[in-house]
Design a protein around this ligand. Structure first.
Ligand code: G6P
Length: 343
């Protein structure tokens, strides 16, 4: 390994701390290539349907994007890359492929199939001229720099930043907000290190966890659950909070940990779910941005103009501290590969 940890115990924590810089470089690069962003937005507006495809962490960023597009009245379908064969794509479809490495085979297979049926392809990757980028009509790059830790961290945050930037231009918002993105990520990290460590240490002792979210906080809950599962080997399941009544709640008993991702948008509805879980004895960990919850056992309270960019490092830090508490190397989780090139 030629890359250096620069004094950090693991690449993962170093890379989380690099996120503000990665986000800055990504936003700067998108700003300087605003023509490309405008062209991509034209394609999005003219498309009959925007199919968003990705695997693992990249799928979660894609789901976030797809929810936002649908809310804007743009017909969008999020798909998990390995299930690409279910989609009947056609001319008029636009495919938005998200992949850190740009090499994930399922994403490649998916875009090849959809291109063959006449769809146009936009890619968002972190590796210049990666396989997925090469097979795309439009190539957008994140500027996260190399990521050594197997579990995606700074690349997820830069995927979100790229998506939020595109959405911001699409909504004709003032881009000043996106210019603040690096500081938002930096401020969050400096505020939450202590509490995320405490939560990570507690969750490390558990064998099951629910991560609940609603709306845009659902893909973040899914990412939180994936992260702690992949590096701390704790079984964690993400669920749409309202849907948790239809099954998951039956497992909840005294001390069962429930992490609620509250991005400040649907707090009242999440509050109902919190109370339902709490009534069964759940221990509630709330990650709240801009609006507090009531009766959480532990709450990380943040103020943020871009909630998703504050929640991303929080869920990553919790997973990191859970893994190190259990003595695992978060950079090299067992059975996982950085890039999956077999179907
Ligand atoms: C592997 C990695 C994950 C990653 C996923 C998708 O499973 O371990 O961290 O999210 O592949 O990779 P991609 O390079 O397509 O984003």
């Amino acid at each position: 390994e030629t890359a250096s940890k620069e004094g950090y115990p693991h690449f993962m924590i170093k890379e989380i701390h690099e996120s503000p810089r990665a986000v800055k470089d990504t936003i700067d690069s998108l700003m300087s290539d605003i023509d490309l962003v405008e062209k991509v937005i034209e394609e999005i507006k003219n498309a009959e349907r925007v199919i968003v495809i990705g695997a693992g962490t990249s799928y979660h960023a894609g789901l976030y994007f797809s929810i936002e597009l649908n809310r804007l009245g743009i017909n969008s379908l999020p798909i998990i890359a390995s299930e690409y064969y279910n989609v009947r794509s056609k001319k008029g479809d636009l495919v938005f492929a998200i992949s850190q490495s740009g090499e994930t085979i399922d994403v490649l297979q998916g875009i090849r199939m959809m291109r063959n049926s006449g769809a146009k392809i936009i890619s968002l990757t972190n590796v210049i001229e990666s396989a997925i980028a090469r097979e795309s009509d439009y190539k957008i790059y994140m500027r996260a720099g190399p990521e050594i830790g197997v579990a995606a961290t700074k690349t997820f945050t830069t995927q979100l930043a790229s998506i939020l930037f595109i959405l911001s231009v699409l909504k004709k918002e003032n881009l000043k907000k996106m210019e603040k993105a690096p500081d938002i990520v930096r401020d969050t990290i400096s505020q939450v290190e202590g509490l995320t460590k405490k939560i990570g240490e507690e969750l490390a002792k558990k064998s099951n966890i629910y991560y609940l979210g609603r709306g845009l906080s659902l893909p973040l809950a899914m990412e939180g659950a994936l992260k702690i599962k992949e590096i701390a080997y704790v079984h964690a399941e993400a669920y749409p909070a309202g849907e948790s009544k239809h099954g998951p709640i039956s497992l909840v008993e005294k001390g069962f940990p429930v992490v609620i991702i509250n991005d400040g948008e649907l707090t009242e509805l999440l509050q109902n779910n919190l109370m339902e879980m709490k009534a069964r004895g759940a221990k509630i960990y709330a990650i709240s941005v801009n609006k507090k919850m009531k009766d959480a056992d532990v709450e990380i309270e943040l103020q943020s103009e871009i909630p998703a960019l504050s929640i991303a490092p929080v869920i990553q830090l919790i997973a990191y501290y859970a893994a190190v508490t259990k003595g695992y190397d978060p950079d090299k989780p067992r059975n996982l590969a950085k890039t999956v090139t077999v179907e």
